[in-house]
Design a protein. Structure first.
Length: 154
């Protein structure tokens, strides 16, 4: 069962009433980077390739078609007995762009990242709402304790 936006808002910081939706909470863009280096995923380790920051000239990210990594502004927590998902807002999709994220396991806490694919040039203001965070009830075996725990909280 997916939870209400009011429930989800308890696990998002900071959050405004404007961000709270019927079934989730809108998430804002904090940073955008372009992957430029070689990454590696092995059986027991991983390396994230180098990235280039995209400047928000006059408070706006000007993006050409391509692939980017978006850093979210909000700190998210996944409560016990839940699983989290981040989905693109429809206005992003209607502009030919989307966001992909992995499953957010029980126990995760941090300011995560997602992959954004841009199909046509788009301007995105800094701190614009670009995605929606939703929580669903889920059985779990333990809690997340991976290398991304606490990411981008400094």
């Amino acid at each position: 069962m997916y939870r209400s936006g009011g429930f989800v808002s308890d696990y998002v910081d900071p959050v405004t009433q404007e961000q709270v939706q019927p079934n989730g909470v809108d998430i804002r863009v904090d940073s955008i980077e372009r992957p430029v280096g070689h990454g590696r995923i092995g059986r027991s380790d991983k390396t994230i390739g180098d990235r280039e920051s995209v400047d928000a000239t006059s408070g706006t990210f000007e993006l050409d078609p391509g692939t980017y990594v978006v850093g979210y502004l909000e700190r998210l927590r996944i409560p016990e007995d839940h699983i989290g998902f981040i989905l693109p807002r429809s206005s992003l999709l209607r502009n030919g762009s989307t966001i992909y994220t992995a499953v957010w396991d029980t126990g995760y806490e941090g300011r995560g990242e997602g992959m954004m694919t841009v199909g046509a040039p788009i301007s995105i203001e800094s701190e614009a709402r670009i995605a929606q965070f939703v929580l669903a009830s889920a059985d779990h075996l333990g809690a997340y304790d991976g290398s991304y725990q606490g990411e981008r909280l400094d």
